[in-house]
Structure formats: C-alpha cells, structure tokens
Write a protein that binds this ligand. Structure first.
Ligand SMILES: *[C@@H]1O[C@H](CO)[C@@H](O)[C@H](O)[C@H]1NC(C)=O
Ligand SMILES: *[C@@H]1O[C@H](CO)[C@@H](O)[C@H](O)[C@H]1NC(C)=O
Ligand SMILES: *[C@@H]1O[C@H](CO)[C@@H](O)[C@H](O)[C@H]1NC(C)=O
Ligand SMILES: *[C@@H]1O[C@H](CO)[C@@H](O)[C@H](O)[C@H]1NC(C)=O
Ligand SMILES: *[C@@H]1O[C@H](CO)[C@@H](O)[C@H](O)[C@H]1NC(C)=O
Ligand SMILES: *[C@@H]1O[C@H](CO)[C@@H](O)[C@H](O)[C@H]1NC(C)=O
Ligand SMILES: *[C@@H]1O[C@H](CO)[C@@H](O)[C@H](O)[C@H]1NC(C)=O
Ligand SMILES: *[C@@H]1O[C@H](CO)[C@@H](O)[C@H](O)[C@H]1NC(C)=O
Ligand SMILES: *[C@@H]1O[C@H](CO)[C@@H](O)[C@H](O)[C@H]1NC(C)=O
Ligand SMILES: *[C@@H]1O[C@H](CO)[C@@H](O)[C@H](O)[C@H]1NC(C)=O
Ligand SMILES: *[C@@H]1O[C@H](CO)[C@@H](O)[C@H](O)[C@H]1NC(C)=O
Ligand SMILES: *[C@@H]1O[C@H](CO)[C@@H](O)[C@H](O)[C@H]1NC(C)=O
Length: 711
C-alpha cells in the first residue's frame, strides 16, 4: 500500500475517533445557556394544548436551527426573521429561505416564567423572549391560553441600522394530523391584527396526538406603525419578507390541508432605525383557544360541559386576544416579580442550584391544567363553580388520565406554594364525582376519566384502594390547612370517613395492593404504601377534630398511632441501617417518599428515630449514584424525580442537599432532548417516561414546608 494511502487511512481513523467524541453528550458549544442546559427550553407553555418547547439536551441546536415542538415532539411551526439594512437573518425555526442568513445565537437565559435568546444578526443583536405568564391568584389571567413572544434589537457596532421584524405560525398548532383541512380568517382594525386558524371540521373534546381538534390558534399584535401582515404559504410569505422587509396585508383565499403549501399566519413590523440602546419590543401574542374545555360527570350523575374560567369575562376569542395584548406591560412586571420571589425563596434553602429546578418546572407544572367554570340554569357563567382539570402528560403514575390522583399528589406542592386554592379546584371534580350515584367503589377512584378532556367517570374496580384513598385524604387536608378554607372538608366529610374506614381495614397490611409505582416495585406489603394509608387515617383524625368530632378524632388518632408503631417495627431494618420497602425483606431499600405527607400535614405520626434511620440511609447512599437514588433497590435503574424530591424534603439538610444536587445533575445531563421527565435511570440519567409530567410540581416541596406550613 502506498505510504500516502496508509497515511490517509490513519487520518480517517483519527477523524472517526474525533467525530465519535463530537457525538458524545455535550451542551451548547458556541453559546452559554443559563442557569444550565436543559432537555428542552419552555417557549409557549401555558395549557395542555399551548405547550411548545425547543428541544435541547445533547449537542443542542440554536433556536433558528430547530423547529419548536409540542411537548410530545410534534412540530408546531413557528418562524421569525429580521432584516438589518435590507439583509435577512433567521431568528427562529428551521426553514431554509433563499437569501436569509442564520443569525448567530450567543446566549440563552431562562427563568421560571421566561426564556430569552440573544442572537447576532450582522451588526445588530436581537433579544427574542418567550414569556408564559403564571398568574396564580388571578383565575381569569391564569386560564387565558396565550403566551407572549417579543423581540428587541440593539446595534452592536455603534452605527444606526434599519431593522424590520417578522414572525409567523403554521396550522400545526391545532391539528395532530397534517392532512386535515384548515380554514382561517384575519380580523384587522385600527387597534390590532388578529390572524386565526381552525380545522374545517372540528371534533369536540377530541385529543389527537396531544392536539385539541376543537381549538383555534391565534397570532396577533397590537397596532403599531409599520405593521403588515399576511395569511399565505410558508416559503412564499417568508420569501416576501426577505425580499421586501414587509408583507402585503392580504389573505390567501384557498383553504387547504395543514401540510399543503403550509399555510402560515405572519405579522411584520418596521422597527425603523436602531442604535445602541435597545429598541422597544415588538410583541406577538400566540394563543390556542377552546370554547369548551372538558366533559364532566358531576355529583348529580349527569354530564356537563365546562369552559375555561376567562370566558366569564369575555364574549369572543378576539376580546380575549385584545385583552392579552393590552396587558403586556403589567404581565412583564408580574412575571419579573414572580421570578424574583421564586428565586429568592429558593435561595433560602441554601442549596445553590435548587432554584434552577424551579426555573425549569414552573411553567411545565402550571400548564398541565385548565381552570373551568360552568353555566347555571339561566345560562350565566357561575364563577363560584370552579374546577380544574389536569392532563397527565407523559402518563407518569399508573396510567394517563384526567386529575390522575397519584400525579396530583406529586404535583401538589407547586399549587400549595403559589395559591392553595388552586389545589382545591383540582380536588373538587374528584370529590364531587365520587359523591354521585354513578360511583360505587368503597375506596377512592384513580381519576374521574382516563383520557383528557373527558372526565365522565369510571367506576371499574381497581387495586389502588389504599394509594388513592389516602392520597385524597392527605390532599384534602393539605388544601384546607394551607388555604384556611374548610369547605371541602365539611362538604365531603362523610366520603372522607368512608375512605378512612377502608384504610383502617386495609393499610397496615397492604398485601398485594398496588401503589403509584406498580411495575417498578415489589407489590407485596409495601411499607411506603402502608405508611401512606396510616397517614391518611392520621389526616382524618385531624379533619374530625376540625369538625368538632373529638371522639371520632381520638379513635382515628389512636388507630393511626397504634398502626405506626406496628409499621415502624416491621419497617426499620433489623440492623437499623435503613427502612425496608417490603415487610420482612431485610435487603430491600429505597425512597420512602410518603414520609413527606407526615411533614406536610404536620401530623408528627412517624417517630423522629425512624426519620433519622432513613436520613442516614439517604446520606450514605446518595454519594454512590450520580443522578439519584433508585426508587427501590430491586431495580437500580429506575427512579422518579417527584419521589426523590418528596424523600429529600422529608429529610434534614444533610440529605436534602445531595439529593437536590442529584436532581440537578439529571436535569442537566445533556442526554435527553425533551421537556423535564419524571421517570429515569438514576445510574445513567436516561429518561424512561413521565415526559412533561405535571408531577414536577413536586420540585416546590421544600418551599411548602418552609413558607406555607410554618405551623
Ligand atoms: C405526533 O407525535 C406522535 C407521537 O407522539 C406521532 O405518532 C404522530 O405521528 C406525530 N404527528 C405528526 C403530525 O407529526
Ligand atoms: C438572492 O439570492 C440569489 C441567489 O440565490 C441572488 O442571485 C440574488 O441576488 C439574491 N438577492 C438579493 C436581494 O440578495
Ligand atoms: C433579553 O431581555 C430581557 C429583558 O426584556 C432580559 O431579562 C434578558 O436577560 C435578555 N436576554 C438575554 C439572553 O440577554
Ligand atoms: C456568525 O459568526 C461568524 C463567525 O464569527 C461570522 O463569520 C458570521 O458573519 C456571523 N453571522 C452573523 C449572522 O452575524
Ligand atoms: C397594513 O395593515 C396595517 C394594519 O391594518 C396598516 O396599519 C398598514 O398601514 C397596512 N400597510 C399597508 C402597506 O397597506
Ligand atoms: C425573492 O427574490 C428572489 C431573487 O432575488 C426571487 O428568486 C424569489 O422568487 C423572490 N421571492 C419571493 C417570494 O418573491
Ligand atoms: C373579570 O370580571 C370581574 C367581574 O366583572 C372583574 O372583577 C375582574 O377584574 C375581571 N378580570 C379581569 C382580568 O379583567
Ligand atoms: C361556545 O359554544 C356555545 C355552545 O355551543 C355557543 O353557544 C357559543 O356561542 C360558543 N362561543 C364561542 C365564543 O364560540
Ligand atoms: C354556582 O355553583 C355553586 C358551586 O357549585 C353552587 O353552589 C351554586 O348553586 C351555583 N349557582 C347557580 C346560580 O347555579
Ligand atoms: C376504566 O379504568 C380502567 C383502569 O382502571 C381501564 O382499564 C378502563 O378502560 C376504564 N374504562 C373506561 C370506560 O374508561
Ligand atoms: C372493615 O372490616 C369490617 C370487619 O371485617 C367490616 O365489617 C367493615 O365493613 C369493613 N369496612 C370497610 C369500610 O371496608
Ligand atoms: C403482609 O404482612 C402481614 C403482616 O405482617 C402478613 O400477615 C401478610 O401475610 C403479608 N401479606 C403477604 C401477601 O405476604
């Protein structure tokens, strides 16, 4: 072989080695993401159907070299570009448009409510910010399914430059099937431009590939000088902007399928001359609006349709869009305040990176649900009848479902922390349905419906009686204690008693009952499940005492205390080194995460010595695994973030710190390219399920103990 050929082969080999290293896990190489590089950046994350992210993780693409996707990774077309002195630069989306250069992404920052990206477009720097408001004490604003996208421009070479901005969305936001025909309309007046699209044939209450087939997407903007718009086709309209820096104020008359010359809804603005101070923001509003949200079978056993809370204040979706656009300045200040409060409260935990988990989780947890109201018999909105419905995205827990009880239990901390009433609105549909004649199980339901947005009940027997009955008791009491509102306790007192009696009969020896972790744990006499049941009985003792039923309270209190002694004797390992996961199985260990409920409710049922044993176990075990402790040592490759945080929060600082750091390592592992998932392999950091789970509301667990329940 000629020496040059050998040399070439040698070089190829080196190249192969190097390119192998290039595909190894790595964060961004040409920009920095603060506070860390997550699996995906939340962009417009406001509701189960307005839930769009930028996939990051391993070797991430800049936002103008990727398509934003719905949480399940279906593309939701969203494009933005600018021209600077007539030269076009792409800012968002992966569309190759003739004569459009890709701007250089230089920085990303995300906070609990906002994600912003800095891009260099020739001599001008562009700050593109995605703001998804979180308004926990204003049910109108919280329930409005709109997000803001805004851009500012700033010269970076000292000279003034002529800047124009453009952005569009496709119809992929409202259809899970790109072959479906869509229609559209433009609604333009002196105050604003509102472009919208919906399926030609809608299917009410139909969730198709996680899209709502009864929704209308809106792209809108307040009137500003130099505004132009167009409803047309992707390549053509983006090209018109590239070539002319403006649009034509026209609508393509040919309705067609989502993917047929992709109809897009674009709005452009002539920003004018930009110097070294940032231009005022150009603000787009994006919304995915539904008229009716859920079908619900209530206490009278009839099915009713419920709509999002904001409909009490508005007659048309156009009114909603206008309100949202006019609310921008206030929304930005409120979001900045929310960010500052969360980051400051997180700082109080003395774990430097704890705040990062909250920045990643807040929008995800809050966007999982729709806050709804009903109409009364005379057709008026009844704002006293508030119920919230949660879509169990990622299907963590034992199944998918609406207000899936064990997912709700995991998510509870974020609601208790932000506004405990929000937890009550989530519990109401569960409690009322189970009062109806359509429900006849002696223990609590897993959920009031298996597939969102249909919550018309399911009375099929199941094997989660302890798990769900205890969850209901714990959550209903937690809501009352944190909110100071005892209405749910008194309205559902008898139902809560029934569930408690079931727990009295069953929790000490759960035998073969399932927990939320069925499939991942040994389901014979699970100690963590028995503990939850006993805490449920202890919770009822408190509830009875609030109701002035002292005799009943004492009865349950002594049962709970008697059971917890027996439980402790069966659960503390004979060498005192850890708590067992199954009675009698000395080698079993794992996350006894229901201890958190004892702390949350302030029951003090579990002896301090038991906490101490488990805390020592966590402290010893944590340094041995990078990304978390296994949920149960029978499977070293499975854990859950929500249960990790519950377990950590029920322990002192010496265990909390290392365990939170493990969660940070998992969240920032640069391996998973999707929204924050709750089910994963703690040895490798690989995700195994629970994508975008509402259960990430558990990240707020330590804050609830510190700031909400100081009693
Ligand atoms: C959307 O994602 C689902 C998987 O979650 C997939 O089955 C479906 O084909 C995707 N649809 C489109 C239009 O990409
Ligand atoms: C656009 O690109 C084509 C070649 O792709 C080039 O011929 C043309 O001059 C460009 N136009 C502008 C306005 O830059
Ligand atoms: C973009 O601007 C916002 C203020 O609107 C600021 O908070 C954010 O840090 C900026 N983003 C970047 C990446 O510099
Ligand atoms: C991006 O950065 C490269 C390298 O510094 C530079 O050559 C290019 O002009 C930049 N592109 C833009 C759009 O600013
Ligand atoms: C396009 O429409 C906007 C909104 O109505 C208007 O302000 C603007 O003057 C129009 N521009 C042109 C070029 O017609
Ligand atoms: C933009 O201009 C280029 C030539 O500079 C032309 O080829 C292209 O068709 C134009 N695009 C549109 C959408 O007008
Ligand atoms: C909604 O309407 C109620 C009753 O009129 C009013 O008190 C409230 O301020 C309105 N909310 C918003 C966000 O406009
Ligand atoms: C919502 O649906 C109801 C019942 O079909 C209808 O009366 C009402 O006009 C609709 N509202 C909007 C804003 O489309
Ligand atoms: C409104 O809802 C509340 C709570 O469900 C109920 O008590 C009240 O009777 C309802 N009001 C009307 C007018 O239907
Ligand atoms: C009811 O729930 C069970 C699981 O507990 C499920 O297998 C079944 O399909 C559900 N039935 C209906 C009608 O939703
Ligand atoms: C509890 O067990 C007793 C004795 O077996 C039985 O009479 C009672 O009906 C059971 N109660 C419940 C709620 O399961
Ligand atoms: C569960 O534990 C109880 C009490 O220790 C015991 O009597 C029972 O046999 C156990 N159940 C199973 C299925 O092993």
């Amino acid at each position: 072989m000629a020496p040059s050929l050998i040399f070439l082969l040698f070089l190829l080999q080196i190249f192969a080695l190097c390119s192998h290293q290039v595909v190894a896990q790595t964060g961004p190489k040409t920009w920095q993401t603060l506070p860390f590089n997550p699996g995906a950046l939340p962009l417009a994350v406001r509701s189960p159907y307005l839930n769009t992210w930028a996939a990051q993780g391993n070797n991430p693409a800049s936002v103008n070299n990727l398509w934003p996707t719905l949480w399940n990774s279906n593309i939701t077309g969203w494009y933005a570009a600018v021209t600077v002195d007539g030269v076009a630069y792409r800012v968002l989306g992966d569309a190759p448009i003739q004569n459009t250069t890709t701007a250089n992404q230089t920085a990303v920052i995300f906070t609990p409510t906002q994600t912003s990206v800095l891009l260099q477009a020739g001599p001008v720097s562009i700050n593109a910010t995605f703001l998804s408001p979180v308004e926990p004490t204003d049910l109108v604003r919280q329930s409005i399914p709109f997000s803001y996208f805004f851009m500012t421009a700033q010269s970076s070479d000292g000279a003034n430059h002529d800047v124009k901005m453009y952005s569009d969305i496709s119809a992929e936001w409202i259809s899970g099937d790109d072959n479906r025909e869509v229609i559209w309309t433009s609604d333009v007046n002196n105050d604003r431009v509102i472009l919208s699209t919906q399926l030609q044939t809608e299917s009410p209450f139909t969730d198709f590939s996680d899209h709502a087939h009864d929704s209308t997407a809106y792209y809108c903007m307040k009137a500003v000088s130099g505004l132009t718009w167009r409803i047309g086709a992707d390549v053509q309209d983006r090209g018109i902007f590239t070539n002319t820096s403006q649009l034509t104020n026209t609508t393509d008359p040919n309705f067609r399928p989502v993917s047929d010359s992709w109809p897009v809804f674009g709005i452009a603005v002539d920003v004018g001359s930009v110097g070294s101070t940032p231009s005022s923001p150009v603000i787009w509003g994006i919304g995915v609006v539904r008229n009716q949200s859920v079908q619900y079978l209530g206490s009278d056993a009839t099915t009713k349709q419920r709509s999002a809370y904001y409909w009490a204040n508005f007659t048309t979706a156009v009114d909603v869009a206008e309100f949202f656009l006019n609310d921008f300045d206030r929304a930005v200040s409120a979001a900045n305040e929310m960010d500052a409060k969360i980051l400051s409260d997180a700082g109080g935990q003395n774990i430097p990176q704890f705040a990062n988990l909250l920045s990643l989780s807040l929008r995800q947890a809050m966007a999982s649900s729709e806050i709804t109201i009903s109409k009364d018999s005379s057709g008026n909105w009844n704002t006293s009848d508030v119920m919230t419905f949660m879509k169990n995205m990622g299907s963590a827990g034992n199944q998918g479902g609406v207000n899936n009880v064990d997912t709700l239990y995991a998510s509870l901390p974020v609601f208790l922390y932000l506004n405990p009433s929000l937890a009550g609105y989530l519990l109401r549909p569960l409690l009322e349905y189970q009062e109806s004649t359509a429900f006849n199980l002696p223990y609590a339901a897993q959920n009031p419906g298996v597939s969102y947005p249909i919550a018309t009940g399911n009375s099929t027997q199941h094997n989660f009686g302890i798990e769900q009955s205890a969850n209901m008791l714990i959550m209903t009491l937690a809501h009352a204690q944190a909110s100071g509102d005892g209405t749910l306790l008194s309205q559902h007192y008898n139902k809560l008693l029934t569930w408690t009696d079931y727990l009295v009969n069953n929790s000490l020896s759960p035998n073969n009952q399932f927990s939320a972790d069925v499939g991942s744990v040994n389901s014979v006499n699970q100690t963590n499940l028995a503990l939850k049941g006993i805490i449920g009985i202890g919770a009822m003792a408190k509830i009875c005492s609030y109701a002035g039923q002292q005799d009943q309270s004492s009865k349950y209190q002594s049962t709970a205390q008697n059971y917890i002694q027996q439980w402790a004797a069966l659960t503390v390992a004979s060498d005192q080194s850890h708590l067992l996961m199954n009675y009698g199985v000395q080698s079993s260990s794992g996350l006894v995460y229901n201890l958190y409920a004892d702390k949350l409710l302030g029951l003090n049922l579990v002896p301090t010595s038991v906490y101490q044993v488990q805390q020592n176990f966590y402290i010893t075990a944590a340094p041995q695994v990078k990304f978390g402790l296994p949920l149960d040592n029978s499977d070293a490759t499975f854990s859950r973030t929500d249960w990790m945080m519950f377990a950590a929060s029920s322990s002192g600082q010496d265990a909390l710190g290392p365990m939170v750091n493990q969660l940070i390592s998992f969240a920032s592992v640069n391996m998973n390219n999707a929204p924050f998932a709750s089910m994963y392999d703690p040895t490798s950091g690989q995700v195994s399920g629970g994508l975008n789970s509402p259960g990430q509301g558990a990240m707020f667990a330590p804050l609830v103990l510190k700031y909400v329940l100081s009693c």
